[in-house]
Write a protein that binds this ligand. Structure first.
Ligand code: DGL
Length: 272
């Protein structure tokens, strides 16, 4: 079996898997969450790169020919090095794709005012990947970047629906609006954040469109597979989903089932 590999530091990538699976249900998917070492958001470049490369190698060893880094932090800090330095040595025929470029590519069509806010982990914001890629493609867009360091820990700890989450959701929503009161679009630049969407909606003015990345990434993957029939043919198509976690599977199964609205049975692995 040659599934499409989907990697995230934890549960966030499940929001991407869900949309990819809706869009491309025929393929097999192998999800890997490095829950034991999540969050990645505040970790250094070198550590995020090391952890991400270990995960990519694991997914390759499990048969994947195509791996999606369904994590903005890993896409910002590790993707380019893996594509340019590691893939040519590991296997030039395999591919690793990220989530930042497919998201940025959709921005111009979404924003009318050309004032866009992006919330993401400190690591993604400090890399300025969104600002750099947006400036390249759409210099007319003014992009305000705000780090929301507490959102991933709240979600990884199963507190997204709790009353404590409201304080931190409002705090970072207020920061985005203070950074640029003219925004008509708020991009959720972290794959965990769609879980907080009902609360984010509550603290954003109605005129602001809140954009999760899942559908954008799924559309971009479908387009990639259309343009690369050799890759599309080499990925197996039995419509299955399997899950790997570096933490206790019981905990993963409970939370992941909530993310996907269907039962999940994960196997535990060790990355090194
Ligand atoms: N889902 C990851 C992202 O998109 C979360 C990063 C983290 O582990 O902090 O950035």
């Amino acid at each position: 079996m040659t599934p499409i590999g989907i990697f995230d530091s934890g549960y966030g990538g499940l929001t991407i898997l869900k949309e990819i699976r809706n869009r491309l249900p025929q393929y097999d998917y192998l999800y890997l969450g490095d829950n034991a070492r999540a969050p990645y958001g505040a970790r250094s470049f070198d550590i995020v790169y090391d952890f991400t490369l270990q995960a990519v190698r694991h997914l390759f060893d499990a048969g994947c020919r195509l791996v999606i880094l369904a994590c903005n932090t890993a896409s910002a800090k590790a993707l380019r090095s893996i594509q340019q330095r590691d893939l040519p040595l590991i296997d030039p025929e395999r591919r690793v794709l990220g989530v930042i470029i497919p998201t940025v590519e959709a921005l111009d069509a979404i924003s009318a005012t050309k004032h866009v806010g992006v919330v993401a982990t400190p690591g993604t914001i400090m890399s300025h990947s969104y600002r750099i890629e947006t400036a390249k493609l759409f210099p007319q867009i003014s992009l305000s970047e705000v780090a929301a360091p507490m959102w991933v820990p709240i979600i990884e700890n199963g507190e997204a629906d709790g009353p404590g989450a409201d304080y931190f959701v409002k705090k970072y929503c207020d920061e985005v609006l203070a950074a640029d009161p003219l925004i008509d679009t708020l991009l959720l630049g972290c794959t965990h954040y769609p879980i907080l969407l009902p609360k984010i909606r509550r603290y954003m003015p109605e005129r602001v469109n809140i954009i999760p990345q899942g559908r954008l990434v799924a559309d971009s993957l479908a387009d990639y597979l259309d343009r690369h029939p050799e890759m599309a043919h080499s990925c197996s198509k039995s419509g299955t989903m399997r899950f790997l976690t570096t933490e206790a599977p019981d905990k993963f199964n409970r939370l992941a089932s909530l993310f996907l609205d269907s039962p999940v049975e994960a196997a535990r692995i060790t990355l090194q």
